[in-house]
Design a protein around this ligand. Sequence first.
Ligand code: SF4
Length: 112
Amino acid sequence: MVLYPQSLTMAKAVDRADARQVLEWLKDLINGTWENRDSVTPNYEKKIRPSVPQFYSWLPRTNCRECGEASCWAFAAMLLTGKQSIENCRPLFTPEYVKEREAITGVLDALL
Ligand code: SF4
């Protein structure tokens, strides 16, 4: 979800009920933040936005399909939208890809 001054975008809504639930959650978050505004310290750092090419570059790129996706690119796209789990790429959990796995999990953890 991205919040702009006059609008927002939402990528994970399954249907209207799901979208309403997310909007209620957002409304509560905004109202809670407003109520606690005196104790909130703004963070003006620009967030790094993860991308499919970035995730793809960290994957083994063998298109082995062990994850159930047609390609590593498809897996990267699904991972970024939360429709796939990093654990489903078993080759990434071999010693050869420790740094790449840590890079992906670092970005995914930051998104939570
Ligand atoms: S399991 Fe990993 S290496 Fe194999 S296709 Fe999926 S993302 Fe690529």
